[in-house]
Design a protein. Structure first.
Lengths: 256, 201, 201
């Protein structure tokens, strides 16, 4: 099974997985609208249709979905001061458990409200004034016009720019890695992807990986890996074996 | 006839009278007999008999709730004996300030001139429907025609003379100047929209 | 005690109870005891006793008008027995059920309010804009200022007395305690720790 060819039918997107990734990278699809759980379900369905467990496919899928989730999380929590990535695994697990538990409780509370609403359906009461009630007069004390000016200043105040800079730091542009890898390949015909990741944060590693996908999509490189978890070798197109070349082309045809 | 409640309880119309009571206490306007007939799915004669029983039960001098037949139909009102207490209930203490939502909406209308609700919502980043309704009800703003001519366009709102009185202004030209912001209305409007967009990004 | 009304009539509290009846039938929101005390100019003990008498008189099963303690005050509503007839004439405040998104958003605001839309989105993992707009339109939630006043932060939301009324709550404290709702933290924590250990191994 080839993960990137996984056909998806989500609310926000319909088509192969690799096309979704491309659109997300080009910011033509908003990740906030993408139902990642739906992608996982689709993958599991496809996996279940096969008799054997396809470890390669599972590995590739996990990496891609993790990258998607990380991007989505960043989009949703962009102003978050505490970075999960910066936390020790123990602390991160604790924080994640806390958040998931919070959401689960709210779901339970929503269920309680739904039940309450149905048992209270037969309680009718008047909304608004009674037919023959006196008309209340709502008087307002004299107001200071300066309050109006202050409110307009408030509405015209630019939101603090600090958080934006922060975001850039945490989530470098894909273009940065595109340039870096292209430059590398003008000097060398191939490089070892894993060693290029040394010293990078997890966010940067994710972006680097997405840049790699983008280059392959554009048919500028080919990628090979001897075995799962073995180093990923990246080479200029034309430097690799014909077999790999063919695979790349198939993929390009589908994602076009 | 001394204890009408006793009578209602013993009467086969009991159930119907209770249902009509319930309908009347929920209604926002007097209910015509036809509507009571439709809602209770009973017949006119019985509905009118039940109303008669209720009128006796909810009678001035006997109850704080009084059933009255007015032009539009039947409705509950407060007894005259309770008029003073009702007066105190409805005579709201003078309100000292406006909510943030009202103040923002009012400021946008005051500084930008006639504005539509959608534009207020865009600038505030939140729907302005209830704030606009509240300010209209208080007489601080009023409708000022429609956007793009007579039909179709959204209603525009402007401030009223009452607004000027409450804020102690002779006219809108006396609004405090916004030194660091564009003095020109169009520039100010543009600035507010730009910031709102940044904020929602 | 067989005929509470008889008791009311004979009781020196009679007059006060009638006045309170009158106030309740014209009020457009539940009346807190303090407001009843202020409007009747009577004392707390007597007002509470009068309310007790009225609660007995206007009791589900005994009257079409029912007195209930809801949303921090006292209010009349229609008896449940009359719900069908009421449904033919009036709209329910929440006519159809609420969507799962709306219910979750409502729960978050009821428990954690005042909260901003981004905070709601953070907990739910999905934007909450349309749910918030829908709940505001139904009058179940309302704006409660802005976060971080000086910088024009996001608008905060809280539930309204209407929310408590629709859900038949005396106050928000009647909601089940959050700690009593299963969050399965321990199970989750264990699983995540297991993953974390593998990763760092």
């Amino acid at each position: 099974m080839i993960v990137r060819e996984l056909d998806l039918d989500l609310d926000a997107f319909e088509g192969p997985f690799d096309l979704l990734l491309t659109l997300v990278l080009k910011e033509e699809v908003d990740l906030a609208d993408v139902d990642v759980a739906g992608i996982v379900v689709r993958f599991l369905e496809r996996l279940a249709e096969r008799e054997e467990l396809d470890l390669d496919a599972c590995g590739e899928f996990l990496v891609l979905v993790a990258a998607l989730l990380e991007l989505k999380a960043r989009g949703l929590f962009e102003d978050e001061p505490a970075e999960l990535a910066d936390l020790e695994p123990e602390e991160a697990a604790e924080e994640l458990a806390r958040r998931l538990a919070e959401y689960r409780r709210m779901k339970e509370a929503a269920g309680w409200l739904a039940e309450r609403l149905s048992t209270e359906r037969d309680r009718f009461f008047r909304i608004g004034p009674a037919p023959l009630a006196p008309q209340p007069e709502r008087r307002l004390a004299p107001q200071d016009p300066e309050a109006l000016a202050n409110v307009v200043r408030l509405l015209a105040a630019e939101p603090p720019t600090v958080s934006l800079a922060h975001m850039e730091l945490r989530f470098p542009p894909v273009a940065q890695f595109l340039e870096r890898f292209r430059a590398l390949l003008t000097r060398r015909s191939r490089f070892d992807f894993d060693s290029e990741l040394d010293g990078l944060s997890r966010a940067e590693q994710a972006v680097a990986f997405l840049a790699l996908l983008e280059l392959r999509r554009a048919n500028e490189i080919s990628i090979s890996q001897a075995a799962p978890f073995a180093p990923i070798r990246v080479s200029r197109v034309g430097e690799e074996s014909a077999a790999v070349n063919e695979r790349t082309q198939t993929w390009n045809a589908r994602s076009a | 006839m001394e204890r009408p409640l006793r009578l209602v309880t013993a009467n086969p119309l009991d159930q119907l009278a209770r249902t009509i009571e319930a309908l009347l206490v929920v209604a926002n306007a007097p209910l015509p007999v036809e509507e009571l007939i439709a809602a209770t799915e009973d017949d006119q004669e019985r509905v009118e008999m039940a109303l008669g029983l209720l009128a006796e039960r909810y009678h001035e001098g006997r109850s704080g709730i009084v059933l009255e037949s007015v032009a539009g139909g039947w409705a509950f009102r407060a007894s005259r004996a309770a008029a003073e207490a009702c007066g105190r209930l409805f005579e709201r203490p003078v309100q000292r300030g406006l909510s943030q939502a009202s103040l923002e909406t009012l400021a946008i209308i005051a500084y930008l001139g006639p504005v539509t609700r959608p534009e207020i919502a865009r600038i505030r980043g939140v729907a302005a429907d209830s704030a606009v309704a509240g300010l209209t009800e208080r007489g601080l703003i009023t409708e000022a025609g429609r956007e793009d001519g007579a039909h179709g366009g959204a209603v525009k709102y402007k401030t009223t003379p009452m607004f000027e009185r409450v804020f102690g202004l002779e006219s809108l030209s006396e609004l405090p100047r916004l030194d660091d912001l564009p003095g020109d209305v169009d520039d100010l409007r543009e600035r507010l929209h730009a910031v709102a967009e940044q904020r929602s990004a």
